[in-house]
Design a binder for this molecule. Structure first.
Ligand code: SDX
Length: 433
């Protein structure tokens, strides 16, 4: 606990309040305003939580100005280069890199829990074939609360561990079932002889009537994308999972709420919106027209995949994914990808434009990821589902951290009320025509 304080003085009656200032391992200090309302009878107001820390966390650190992203202290570019998604999952959940034995045990647990209850599979028959996969994912994950109510005692460390392993193991299977339903193909069961990402590609693209060989390049690309999407501090969907979980609800319900939040085009839904935008732009000649639309205050259009609440520099993940695009497209034989060329030119033109420079709007994680997903044969409507598969690890890590916090309380923000003052009911006959 630091001895730094911030003193504020009320200009109504001169009351002084000294609030403790706390420092983290790295990053901005925080002012603990917990006593503010009790002492001075006022709230703080911060729509969008631009200047508000909602919690204390040891999982992920972002430096938006320097473009730094650390998972449990390890730079994401080192993990991208040398780790694997399941090793990163272990790190985010447990706080330390696993020993060889720990990783083998964790991998075995995840691999052998990928099947879902057959009754859960029948849920998909209730969806029209053109249901959006994110709607299916959030709905089926939410309904896991109905199946696994026997192992969701959130006060039990063992139940929390079972939940973590179960949801991380099964989310790819549920995602693949949503994809198969949307294309009218039979569901493909997971295979325990395949690694996490190869198994996902198998469940997506194998069919009963033919042999399917997973392309190791595709599996490697997916593993890297999942590392880069695994966690990102207190983003909107993670904050939703924390807030939902703070009520003590079933953890599957909290994850389902996170999926629903991620779906928004301002958040994880942007990767799907980027590809739709690039298709609408169509050619390099049209870029200036769309840049102008993005700058026009009267036009709701925004350059999807650009800008970030925290990064006021390059999103380190965007840089890594852009580099990966070249490698994956070449290794998958897509020597020319008009979409990728268009994205590169759009980035170049936008980053020369005063509007984007002044507002520090750079490509974010969603700008290039869809180009790789498309090269892997994944349809645009499934892009945010891919994001959700990876981010499930971060959601679980933050949910666990929130649940075991001895200072845990239900999240319940207040407001600045600007509605009508107290007034009496008016009978309908006296309300005028
Ligand atoms: C993700 O939080 C996370 O960590 C999220 C994420 C994660 O890993 O969890 O990183 C994943 O969600 C990435 C973001 C994906 N979303 C998009 O690509 C959608 C397009 N981006 C914007 O909608 C926007 O940049 C946000 C939502 C990402 C950030 O919104 P902010 O922080 O509220 O910024 P803002 O809307 O206040 O914008 C500041 C200014 C405004 O102009 P002025 O009013 O100052 O004149 O920048 C402009 C905005 O109009 N602006 C854009 C723009 N983004 C911001 N103008 C055109 N195109 C854009 N993309």
């Amino acid at each position: 606990m630091s001895d730094k304080t911030l003193t504020i003085v009320s200009d109504t009656d001169g009351t002084r309040l000294e609030m403790p200032v706390r420092s983290g391992t790295v990053g901005p200090d925080v002012v603990d305003i917990g006593a503010l309302y009790k002492q001075l009878g006022v709230f703080t107001l911060d729509p969008g939580f631009v200047s508000t820390a909602s919690c204390e966390s040891a999982i992920t650190y972002i430096d938006g100005d320097e473009g730094v992203l650390l998972y449990r202290g390890y730079p994401v570019d080192q993990l991208a280069e040398r780790s694997s998604f399941l090793e990163v999952a272990y790190l985010l959940l447990n706080g330390e890199l696993p020993t060889r034995g720990q990783l083998e045990h964790f991998t075995h647990i995840i691999t052998t829990h990928t099947m879902i209850n057959e009754t859960l599979l029948r849920h998909f028959n209730g969806f029209h074939h053109n249901a959006h996969p994110m709607a299916m994912l959030s709905s089926v994950v939410g309904s896991m609360s109905a199946f696994y109510h026997d192992s969701t005692d959130i006060e039990s460390a063992r139940h929390r561990e079972i939940f973590a392993h179960r949801i991380i193991a099964k989310i790819p299977t549920i995602a693949a079932a949503a994809y198969k339903h949307s294309v009218g193909q039979p569901f493909m069961y997971p295979r325990n002889d395949l690694d996490y990402c190869s198994n996902l590609l198998h469940m997506f693209f194998a069919v009963p009537c033919d042999q399917y060989r997973v392309d190791p390049v595709a599996a490697e690309a997916l593993d890297l994308l999942f590392i880069l999407h695994a966690d990102h501090e207190q983003n909107a969907s993670t904050s939703t999972v924390r807030l939902a979980g703070s009520s003590g609800t079933n953890p599957y319900a909290a994850i389902s709420a996170g999926i629903a939040t991620l779906w928004g085009p301002a958040h994880g839904g942007a990767n799907e919106a980027v590809l739709n935008m690039l298709e609408k732009i169509g050619s390099v000649e049209n870029i200036p027209k769309f840049i102008a639309k993005a700058k026009d205050k009267d036009d709701p259009f925004r350059l999807m995949g650009f800008g970030h609440r925290v990064y006021k520099n390059f999103d380190p993940r965007a840089k890594l994914i852009r580099t990966m695009c070249h490698k994956v497209l070449n290794r998958l034989g897509h020597t020319d990808s008009p979409m990728f060329e268009l994205a590169l030119r759009l980035e170049e033109i936008a980053l020369e434009d005063e509007y984007f420079i002044e507002r520090k709007l750079y490509p974010n994680v969603d700008f290039y990821s869809g180009i790789i997903y498309r090269a892997l044969g994944i349809p645009t409507s499934m892009f945010t589902v891919m994001f959700a598969i990876a981010r499930t690890v971060g959601w679980v890590a933050h949910w666990q951290e929130m649940i075991v916090d001895p200072k845990r309380r239900i999240g319940r923000p207040r407001q600045l009320y600007t509605g009508a003052g107290n007034r009496d009911y008016v009978p309908i006959e006296r309300r005028g025509s």
